[in-house]
Design a protein around this ligand. Structure first.
Ligand code: NAP
Length: 253
C-alpha cells in the first residue's frame, strides 16, 4: 500500500528528507516550493510550485490529493506557511509534523545584538555610516533604503532587481553552503563592521557567524518568529523514524 506524503520545502533538510523518501516504495512523495528562487536545485521527487491560497486552499489540496501526512520542512522564518499548515491540518484532519532546526545560540566571543524584525535591524545599524553585510532574502532588503548612509555588501541567491536605492551597495549572488574560511576573506576584503542575519540555524550559513566571532564583527541577529506548536523533529532521521512508526512497512516492502 502506498501512502502520499506532501513536504512543504525550501530548505536543505526538506530536500534530504525527499531524497530519503524517494527510495521508499511505500510512499508517494511530492514537495511544494513557494517559488522564491528562480532556478531551484533539482529535487528527487515531483515538485509543485506556488501558494495554495491560504490554509483553506492547503486543506483542500491535502484532501483532493489524498495526502496521508503533511510535513512542514520550511525555513524557520517562513512563519506564514507554517501557521497555514497547522490550520490546514486542523481543518482537514490530516496529520502534520514539522522538521525544524534549532536556531544558533550566542557563544563566548560573539558580539550579537538581537532584534525582532528587519526594520529593527535597520535602526540597530545606527546613524553613523557603517560597512554592513546583509545576508537576507531579496524581499527583506527594501527597509535598508531608509538608511542610505551605510555601505552595503549584499549576498542573495538571485540578483537583487531592481537594485537598492542607496548610493553604495555591492552585490554578490551565491548559494550556500558557505565555508568559514571564505566568509573570513569576504568580511575582511569588504571591511565589514556589521552583519545583519537571520538566526537560520544549521551549518550551511553559520560560517559568517563564526567568521564574525574571529574578527570581532557585530552581528545584528533577527530573532526567529513564533511558530505554531505542532509535533516537531530536529532531524531527517527522526522524521523517518516517526513515519516508520505511523506507517509500518508491510512484509516484503
Ligand atoms: P511565508 O511568509 O511563510 O509564506 C508566504 C506565502 O507563500 C504562504 O502563505 C504561501 O502562500 C506561500 N508559501 C510559502 N512557502 C510555501 C511552500 N513551501 N509551498 C507553497 N507555498 C508556499 O514564506 P516566504 O514569504 O517564502 O518567506 C518568509 C521568510 O522565509 C523570508 O525571510 C525568507 O527569506 C525566508 N525563507 C523562505 C524560503 C522558502 O522557500 N519559502 C526559503 C528560505 C528562507 P499561500 O498562502 O497562497 O498558500
Amino acid at each position: 500500500m502506498q501512502h502520499s506524503i506532501l513536504i512543504l520545502g525550501g530548505t536543505t533538510e526538506a530536500r534530504l528528507l525527499a531524497e530519503a523518501l524517494a527510495g521508499q516504495n511505500r510512499f508517494t512523495t511530492a514537495l511544494s516550493l513557494a517559488g522564491r528562487t528562480r532556478a531551484p536545485i533539482a529535487m528527487p521527487v515531483p515538485v509543485r510550485t506556488g501558494g495554495f491560497g491560504g490554509a483553506q486552499g492547503l486543506a483542500a489540496y491535502l484532501t483532493d490529493h489524498d495526502i496521508k501526512m503533511l510535513i512542514d520542512a520550511t525555513h524557520p522564518y517562513a512563519a506564514q506557511i507554517s501557521h497555514n499548515a497547522a490550520e490546514a491540518s486542523r481543518i482537514s484532519g490530516i496529520p502534520l509534523v514539522a522538521l525544524r532546526r534549532e536556531g544558533w545560540v550566542e557563544r563566548e566571543g560573539d558580539r550579537w545584538r538581537q532584534v525582532e524584525s528587519v526594520e529593527a535591524a535597520v535602526s540597530a545599524l545606527g546613524e553613523n555610516p557603517r560597512r554592513a553585510f546583509l545576508a537576507l532574502g531579496r524581499q527583506e532588503l527594501l527597509p535598508f533604503e531608509k538608511a542610505s548612509q551605510h555601505d552595503y555588501t549584499i549576498r542573495s541567491v538571485d540578483p537583487v532587481e531592481p537594485p537598492l536605492d542607496v548610493p553604495s551597495a555591492h552585490y554578490i549572488t551565491a548559494r550556500g553552503p558557505f565555508r568559514e574560511a571564505d566568509e573570513l576573506t569576504l568580511l575582511s576584503q569588504h571591511g565589514i563592521d556589521a552583519i545583519v542575519s537571520k538566526n537560520s540555524g544549521g551549518t550551511a550559513s553559520y560560517g559568517k557567524i563564526a567568521a564574525a566571532r574571529t574578527l570581532g564583527v557585530e552581528v545584528i541577529m533577527i530573532r526567529q518568529p513564533e511558530l505554531p506548536q505542532v509535533t516537531s523533529f530536529e532531524s531527517v532521521e527522526a522524521v523517518l523514524a516517526h513515519l516508520d512508526q505511523i506507517f509500518p512497512a508491510e512484509r516484503g516492502e
